[in-house]
Design a protein around this ligand. Sequence first.
Ligand SMILES: Nc1nc2c(ncn2[C@@H]2O[C@H](COP(=O)(O)OP(=O)(O)OP(=O)(O)O)[C@@H](O)[C@H]2O)c(=O)[nH]1
Ligand SMILES: [Zn+2]
Length: 381
Amino acid sequence: MTDPRPLPTAPAAPALTAPLTAVDRASAEVRRGGLVVVTGDDGETACLVLAAEAVTPTALQAVRLLAGVEPAVAVTARRARLLDLAAEQTEVAVIASDHPLTAETLRALAEPGAGVVEHGLTAEPRALATPAGAAVQLMKVARLLPAAVIAPVPAVGEAEAAAWAAGHDLPRVAAADVVAYEETAARTLALVGDARVPLEGAENARILAFRPADGGTEHLAILIGEPDPGQPVLARLHSECFTGDLLGSLRCDCGDQLRGAIEAIGKAGAGVLLYLAQEGRGIGLVNKLRAYTLQDEGYDTVDANRQLGFDDDERIYAPAAEMLRRLGFGSVRLMTNNPLKVEQLARHGITVTERVPHVFPSNPHNLRYLQAKATRSGHLF
Ligand SMILES: Nc1nc2c(ncn2[C@@H]2O[C@H](COP(=O)(O)OP(=O)(O)OP(=O)(O)O)[C@@H](O)[C@H]2O)c(=O)[nH]1
Ligand SMILES: [Zn+2]
């Protein structure tokens, strides 16, 4: 095969890097149980934020002391409705109590099966692009349960709240930057690695790694043969599945789909497989394991996501579209059974000339999962 040819890569604009970095720092902080400040527009009260799943009595006490009031908990509207706490159409619900919330109650609000939710709770609706809404979104970015302990920062306006955060040595992030994070990250992908890796079923393969400007997890493109950018390129978008791809889990069809796609593209002679860092349809591996526990209790794959407060599918397709564009492929023949992937790629500016079915035999462990994909998520088998 010929030597890998260099591919164009775009340097990230500094204006995009600073907000991404702020979100990345805040995400790392909440993952280790720390406090962060989320600011909003000038008229909005900034929030002190802590991951509900990481809450401890000590952390809760720290929030009380810093804010000077009792904290509340922000959850997705989906989760609030399951708790019979949100009547209105809203994106996020802020749950408050008529008595101090304990760490156990907070955990029970966040996670199904974690305990009994007590009485005396009320919920207020909030839009996503508010500090409370962005606090929940920050948990999703951090791949934690989408529930945040929040308390108002004793400061007026964004500048004063930012100064308050700095004075208390707390990371600060703007709500708008959290909400825009995934789309912004996709715009900053840079090609950071490119090597020839012969694969079983496709010896003429290269792996290219694309890294977002905040240093987040890379998405990979597996380029097989030399696809003609002038023609629709045979393409597979594969979302990472540690259990299926690496361990050969029989609970899903991912392992077969991954190896089957490489083999099929290899046979066809040329094409691309994007290996996207979107484990568990974008909820992360730990949350996927929680969803599996719920599925063992009787929920299907869609309802398990919803019980945890997530949407059915949390993936976004901006990184995939950006990588295809960077590789010079504006038009694809997409190997998928998922109509949403076709729709979303088109929405992000890639022409899908054809959907190529990508079906593999079921086994006794994944039959129910595949049936749920067909009946609940509209997958075409
Ligand atoms: N949340 C959740 N994710 C799952 C579950 N089972 C598998 N997954 C994830 O679902 C994703 C499957 O991705 P794909 O095979 O690319 O996509 P798809 O939506 O099934 O569509 P196809 O292109 O037809 O295969 C991977 O990220 C898996 O980790 C589950 O029960 N719950
Ligand atoms: Zn899987």
